[in-house]
Write a protein that binds this ligand. Structure first.
Ligand code: ZN
Length: 258
């Protein structure tokens, strides 16, 4: 099993929930008060059980007019039709924008041969919140009625080596993924553990459904990763999307980018 980052780049986002591209060479965060600086980093896993995309991001095109996620895949030698599964931690628009794209007024799957995997209660909750700045309604409805989907209900072994665990915290039915193979173990914490820095500077985030739960879960997951040798995958990290976590004797965490 091997994991690759498929970063769509860096953005700022504020209360409006609009993601604005950020170029560190010409832009300054000071000019965007009240904004968070985030990377959008979907992941690609090559495993014995198939080719997997985790949270396909915003689904935006680059300046050349290509979908950045597909461009990244092509640089690794793969294309959209190769993908077997798309795993979704939750359904916020920055995580599922890349499930589909619009053509002639119609949504088409970005990964036409893939099974799309999500928690059914997460979908029900998202639909009940519409209209909302956090969700892209057309993509949600596309996914809800998509033919090739797997709707999970609660903690579920997805396959022999992959386990889907409900975390809650960020959204009510947010899930995290544990990947166990003989040669490699990965943990994807979605937006409960979106950046490694959140293990180092501990805080409660306003954007979480339950900030207290999320803050406690991050530490719990960090400890498990350190103790059981999981490599962490951080969806919003600009510095180190794929990192090893070490728990020091004084309880601090140390991260090493891979
Ligand atoms: Zn989110």
């Amino acid at each position: 099993m091997k994991c690759f980052s498929l970063s769509e780049g860096t953005y700022t986002v504020n209360q409006s929930k609009i993601f604005i591209p950020f170029n560190s060479e010409i832009d300054s965060v000071k000019d965007r008060p009240g904004s968070l600086l985030v990377e959008i980093c979907p992941f690609f896993i090559v495993s014995e059980e198939g080719l997997i995309i985790i949270d396909p991001g915003l689904g935006l095109k680059n300046v050349e007019g290509e979908f950045q996620i597909l461009k990244n895949l092509s640089l690794l030698g793969y294309n959209s039709t190769d993908i077997n599964y798309v795993l979704l931690s939750h359904l916020h628009k920055d995580h599922i924008g890349g499930i589909a794209y619009e053509e002639n007024g119609e949504l088409k799957p970005m990964f036409p041969n893939a099974e799309y995997v999500f928690q059914v209660e997460e979908m029900n909750d998202a639909i009940s919140k519409l209209p909302s700045k956090s969700y892209e309604e057309n993509k949600l409805l596309f996914l809800k009625s998509y033919k090739n989907k797997r709707e999970l209900l609660g903690n579920t072994p997805f396959s022999k080596n992959i386990f889907c665990e409900i975390s809650g915290g960020h959204t009510k039915n947010h899930q995290v993924f544990w990947f166990n193979s003989e040669n490699k173990k990965y943990f994807y914490g979605g937006d409960v553990l979106p950046q490694g820095i959140q293990l180092i500077r501990r805080f409660m985030a306003k954007y979480d459904f339950n900030g207290k739960d999320s803050a406690a879960l991050r530490i719990q997951y960090g400890k498990k990763c350190a103790e059981e040798n999981y490599t962490c995958l951080f969806f919003h990290s600009s510095v180190s999307p794929i990192s090893k976590v070490k728990l020091m004797e004084d309880g601090r965490f140390e991260l090493t980018a891979i």
